[in-house]
Design a protein. Structure first.
Lengths: 590, 218
């Protein structure tokens, strides 16, 4: 603790106004008041002395973030559209009468259209077309019994066991392909609601305009838009799975929020583990060994999950039978706007299953050899968007509770592989959040520890550039300089030429600056400027490079840096310092 | 044949363009202000295109990234269109518009302050207040900064945000807040002190403030 600050000195310091803090510090150090000054500054007593420089820097960072946010938003165009929408001309008074009459007529016509029974489309009917072939021993037979073939089914009757199939009057069908328990819960002109409480059914919906089909499987709702798919729900381990053979469906439920699935994809969700697996739909032959590429994602602690944007790359490794080409959506979208859903499809594909998962362990060696190792030039992963919080907290999965389905016949023809609604078996066994997730949550030390445990090379191989940068930032902010340096160098090595690489250069400069290694720091800052001359950190990089050169006593380079700074940032926070440097050089004839 | 911009006054006669629905406006701020007062059909669009970005930045810097930003932006321009007749000096169009934006934002902050007790009954999740592309450090700084600003009165918060985040000059801030230069200096001094006190309780902001002065000192 130093001496109390002399009021006279305080007054003098205040009179200095907004001059650089260096002057203040020198004055304070000479009076041995550094500690006292710092404490008082924290308490706000000397805010006007200490504030401007630091506050301007903080404000710039905030403004930079705000600008980023604005660049991602299109509210400006929305507001423009709302504001400048053509306004109606004022009508003459007599127009009210005409308008009112017209409105009444329109209302009457609308009421007639809405209230009148639809002549073209009557509610669907449904009939049983196949009986139970195998009784589901574990099903609750007290609820209902199998319906006789050809009988009309009223909405609400349960269908049990393997094989019972129903055909709707529009040609759509549903068939139990494993020991299932399902029912047609509601029938409408535009579709039906099918409720599945256990097992797997194959659904084939005939595309029609205005289709509104819903399959309720546990907590999941599948919105069908004219398509063929297998859906299953296992209540014992709360596992949901859907394999889409044709068309497109939208699934709503825990863990995944709302997600549009395209033809040739299948998804398995475990609400217990908060994980899901999205993968290319495969033929039965290709499923054996399960060396197929898959996308594994799991919700983080807050229940936020990521969904993959496209089909995973590397489908060739499993042969042609794995729906290498995803067919276009058939014309059954019927005006439903899925743009919002599609926008969410950014995700982090993981190329390989973890080595100790059953799928990878049993994979043929040829497949392992053909897998590509991550290289520096590989496409970067898309940052995972945030998804809604999962609504289910379920007990742990009882082991061995998965159903053991037989190989059924699909209603639409062809043989389908039974779905295994036990994604926890295939999902990654790592339950700890990845280091970048911890870094995102502000748990910097934990993020660094997790990265060290995981191994930096593995982190670099699995993380995107931004995620790796997050971990590196966490290391820097937790003062783990060695780890931070390594992480930043990995960013630059694996993602050269990207914005993340430039940012890593700047951060490396900061690290060196903090260590007092002026030469290295100057080089990194200058590298950032060379890579991003108009970047958001260019002003700071130029200013810091100038300061580094001045520290080194390299007056010529410092003058050059000062000139560059003034040229690019004539009103920047370090413009006065640059001007001083420039004037000094001029006075010394440099 | 050379292509000329459609708005050029001395353009040669060309074939009429059937798709042209709205007349554009060409001119400086004073002319634009006159056009607004005179009800030129292209003036509102020109005003929005010229200053929409600026006003949006002012609002976001004062308020933070907020769900109500589009509404505030719309409110600002709606007020401007409505009160265009009150603009005396057309050359000061930008400052006038900025003042409307500042008053709109301040009104929103005040009304939120009055409704604050309602939060106990509606614990909805706070929206993400930062850009996903910002660095970790920036995100933390943004969150902490607006948390501190939320604890300040509008009379201190607005000048502080305009000075340090928007980067405006003192005279511009005084004009935007419709107070004298001396008053704005007094408010800023108070805001600085208040913010530093609030920042002393937040490790992120402490790191920034100390880092800033440390850097300048080296």
């Amino acid at each position: 603790m130093g001496r109390p600050v002399d009021p006279d000195l305080q007054r003098k310091l205040r009179a200095l106004g907004e001059r650089v803090d260096a002057d203040h510090r020198v004055a304070l150090d000479q009076n041995d008041l550094g500690e006292a000054w710092l404490e008082r500054a924290r308490a706000g007593a000397l805010a006007t002395v200490k504030g401007p420089e630091a506050l301007h820097q903080l404000g710039q960072a905030v403004a930079r973030s705000n600008d980023n946010a604005l660049s991602l938003s299109n509210s400006l165009q929305d507001v423009r559209g709302r504001l400048l929408r053509p306004s109606r001309h004022r009508d003459p008074p007599w127009a009210w009468l005409l308008g009112g009459t017209g409105a009444l007529a329109a209302a009457a016509a609308l009421a007639f259209v809405v209230l009148a029974p639809p002549a073209a489309r009557s509610p669907l009917t449904v009939a049983v077309v196949a009986q139970t072939t195998t009784g589901g021993a574990d099903l609750d037979r007290s609820v209902a019994s199998a319906q006789p073939r050809g009988s009309q089914v009223a909405a609400g009757g349960w269908l049990l066991g393997v094989g019972p199939a129903v055909r709707f009057s529009d040609g759509s069908t549903a068939r139990a392909t494993t020991a299932a328990r399902y029912r047609v819960a509601a029938l409408r002109a535009s579709g039906a609601d099918i409720e599945l409480t256990k097992g797997q059914i194959a659904v084939n919906v005939v595309p029609r305009a205005g289709n509104q089909w819903r399959i309720h499987a546990g907590p999941f709702v599948v919105h069908v838009l004219g398509t063929a798919f297998d859906v299953s729900w296992d209540p014992s381990n709360r596992g949901f799975a859907l394999a889409l053979r044709r068309g497109r469906v939208r699934i709503e439920g825990p863990v995944i929020g709302s997600h549009v699935l395209n033809a040739g994809q299948q998804i398995s969700v475990s609400t217990v583990d908060q994980k899901f697996v999205l993968e290319a739909l495969q033929a039965p032959a290709a499923r054996v060994g399960s060396a197929h590429p898959q996308i594994v994602a799991h919700a983080d602690k807050t229940g936020l999950a990521a969904l993959p944007p496209t089909r995973p790359r590397g489908d060739q490794t499993v042969g042609r039978a794995t729906a290498a080409k995803l067919p276009k959506v058939d014309g059954a979208d019927h005006g439903v706007d899925h743009s919002a859903d599609d926008d969410r499809l950014g995700a982090k594909p993981i190329d390989e299953a973890p080595p100790n998962t059953p799928s990878a362990a049993t994979a043929p060696s040829r497949h392992r050899q053909t897998r590509r190792r991550p290289t520096a030039g590989r496409p970067t992963h898309t940052k995972a968007p945030r998804m809604p919080r999962a609504a289910v907290t379920a007990p742990t999965i009882p082991t061995g509770a998965a159903t053991a389905p037989t190989t059924p016949t699909v209603a639409g023809g062809g043989e389908a592989a039974p779905l295994t609604p036990t994604p926890s078996v295939r999902a990654t066994p790592e339950t700890a959040p990845p280091p970048w997730r911890l870094a995102e949550q502000g748990k910097w030390h934990a993020a660094v520890d997790a990265a060290e445990r995981m191994g930096w090379s593995r982190v670099a191989a699995t993380a995107t550039a931004q995620e790796l940068l997050l971990v590196a930032d966490a290391a820097r902010l937790s003062h783990a300089t060695t780890a931070a340096t390594k992480a930043y160098e990995l960013v630059r090595g694996r993602h050269p030429g990207t914005g993340a690489a430039a940012q890593a250069a700047f951060s490396l400069g900061r690290l060196r600056f903090r260590q007092g290694r002026w030469s290295d720091a100057a080089r990194w800052f200058e590298r950032y400027v060379a890579e991003r001359p108009q970047g958001s950190l260019a002003e700071q990089a130029r200013g810091r490079a100038m300061a580094c050169r001045a520290k080194l006593g390299d007056d010529v380079a410092a003058c050059g840096a000062a000139v560059a700074y003034i040229a690019h940032h004539p009103k920047g926070p370090r413009a006065s310092l640059a001007l001083k440097t420039r004037l000094r050089c001029h006075a010394e004839g440099r | 044949m050379s292509h000329r911009p459609p708005n050029q006054a001395n353009s040669a006669p060309e074939a009429p363009r059937r798709n042209l629905h709205r007349l554009g406006f060409v001119g400086d701020d004073a002319a634009l202000a006159d056009a607004l007062k005179g009800g030129h059909p292209g003036a509102p669009a020109e005003l929005f295109d010229r200053y929409g970005n600026h006003i949006q930045r002012v609002l976001v810097n004062v308020m933070g990234v907020d769900q109500e930003l589009p509404d505030l932006l719309q409110e600002t321009f709606a007020r401007a269109f409505k009160n265009a007749g009150q603009l005396e000096d057309g050359a000061r169009l930008k400052a006038w518009l900025t003042r409307i934006a500042v008053f709109t934002a301040r009104g929103c902050i005040r009304s939120r302050g009055r409704r604050r007790w309602l939060r106990y009954f509606s614990p909805e999740a706070m929206p993400e207040s930062t850009a996903p592309t910002a660095s970790t450090e920036d995100r933390a700084a943004v969150r902490a900064t607006y948390a501190a600003l939320d604890a300040m009165s509008p009379d201190l918060r607005v000048p502080f945000a305009l000075r340090y985040i928007q980067g405006m000059e003192l005279k511009e801030i005084a004009a935007a807040c419709d107070v004298s230069l001396a008053t704005i200096k007094r408010h800023l001094a108070k805001a600085d002190k208040r913010f530093v006190v609030l920042a002393s309780n937040d490790p992120t902001l402490q790191h920034w403030l100390e880092g800033g002065s440390r850097w300048a000192g080296q």
